[in-house]
Design a protein around this ligand. Structure first.
Ligand code: NIG
Ligand code: FE
Length: 380
């Protein structure tokens, strides 16, 4: 069954030579994009859907989220807003609640958030473990994530659990925990930060993951300057995430690599930290992605549109740069060629806005602008 979405005012990410096509049509066949171009030239199809002049974009690719958890930390957020600084120690509170939850509770939480994301136009979701921190609990987290999202990352190295010797914990993560989790994950991640894992531990964990075929990615330079971004480049990581505190050398290293700088401005919003310098990265030639980091601590938002608005308002990205970072940037950060764009052959993940252009995502912040979403060619 082929469907043409016609009368598209502005179609994004569907042509090789330019990002936007005006007065366009998009043909979906068997879950894939079959054709994209000027509406007047569209081929005949079984079905027609009139976009009424609205903008059509690739579905958002949220390349960084922590969805396998129980409970919430609203009080911690409120305390931060009245002056208490963000401390990664809150992670341990979520660890305790997550460990106490049943498999079905955790499944329901992931389903709820993936549904929330889908209703806001996100059609590809990455999800990390990291609130279990034992072999059984981390295995359960990646297994449940693998049932419900597109991409899974093993983040046993989120923090060292209370009362555990750090060296013993690194041995556990690189040994039995990795062995149990690797079959369910494609990526390995480490929270490389003061108070979490240092450079040497980070290298040891990434090396172990790489040895069993996992692709490195890193929580890097979130709370202060440090070695994370440099290690991400050294390991040819798919992405260095956060990048809130980068040196000029870090920016140059990222620009000279294929490691994507994944910016998570919802975190800066929710922790009152300075926003990352997106302009320095883009102007140096680095690839940039935007993602939510949806988690109960540092950013409990599942909205990619919110990230786009923050990127434009607070990080001086143009609306086009921000939307591209939230679509093709996310795809690149996940090393995926089939999502984040709408060129023929792409997975038919389509976001129709209740607006004539992508600019409205930043111009009308907080407004539900999603008119319709198709995932793998199916309307949601
Ligand atoms: O990406 N940085 C580490 N992990 C999460 C925060 C997790 C939490 O606070 O629960 C992050 O910000
Ligand atoms: Fe994170």
């Amino acid at each position: 069954m082929s469907t043409v979405i016609t009368n598209i005012g502005e179609l994004a990410g569907a042509a090789e030579d330019r990002w936007l096509i005006e007065d366009a049509a998009l043909v979906i066949d068997d879950g894939r994009v079959a054709w994209a171009g000027p509406a007047a030239a569209a081929p005949a199809t079984d079905e027609e859907y009139d976009a009424g002049g609205r903008a059509v974009l690739p579905g958002f690719v949220d390349s960084h989220a922590h969805l396998v958890f129980a409970g919430e930390r609203a009080e911690e957020f409120a305390a931060r807003m009245s002056g208490r600084p963000y401390a990664a120690g809150g992670i341990r509170i979520t660890v305790a609640r997550t460990r106490a939850a049943s498999d079905d509770d955790l499944r329901a939480n992931v389903r709820r958030l993936v549904g929330e994301m889908a209703r806001q136009g996100t059609t590809t979701v990455e999800c990390k473990s990291g609130y279990g921190l034992t072999v059984e609990q981390e295995e359960r987290a990646v297994r449940i994530a693998a049932e419900l999202v597109d991409e899974v990352t093993f983040l046993g190295a989120h923090v060292v659990p209370e009362g555990t010797d750090p060296a013993d914990y690194v041995r556990l993560v690189t040994g039995p925990m990795l062995e149990a989790c690797a079959p369910h994950a494609r990526f390995i991640d480490v929270f490389c930060e003061r108070g979490a894992f240092d450079a040497e531990q980070t290298r040891e964990i990434l090396s172990a993951g790489r040895a069993v075929g996992l692709v490195p990615r890193l929580h890097a330079n979130q709370l202060g300057h440090g070695p994370g971004a440099g290690i991400a480049v050294e390991y040819d990581a798919a992405s260095a995430d956060h990048c809130t505190y980068l040196s000029e050398d870090d920016v140059a290293a990222l620009a000279g690599s294929r490691t994507v700088a994944t910016l998570l401005p919802g975190v800066e919003f929710s922790t009152r930290q300075p926003y990352p310098d997106a302009r320095a990265l883009i102007d140096a030639g680095a690839s940039v992605a935007l993602a939510t980091d949806c988690n109960p601590g540092s950013c409990y938002s599942s909205s990619m549109a919110f990230c786009v608005a923050l990127a434009v308002r607070e990080m001086h990205m143009t609306p086009e740069e921000a939307v591209r970072a939230a679509t093709e940037g996310g795809a690149k950060a996940l090393r995926r060629a089939d999502v984040g764009h709408l060129r023929p052959g792409a997975r038919a993940d389509v976001l129709m806005l209740d607006a004539p252009s992508h600019i409205h995502l930043a111009y009308r912040p907080g407004v539900p602008l999603v008119a319709r979403v198709w995932r793998k060619g199916q309307p949601l």
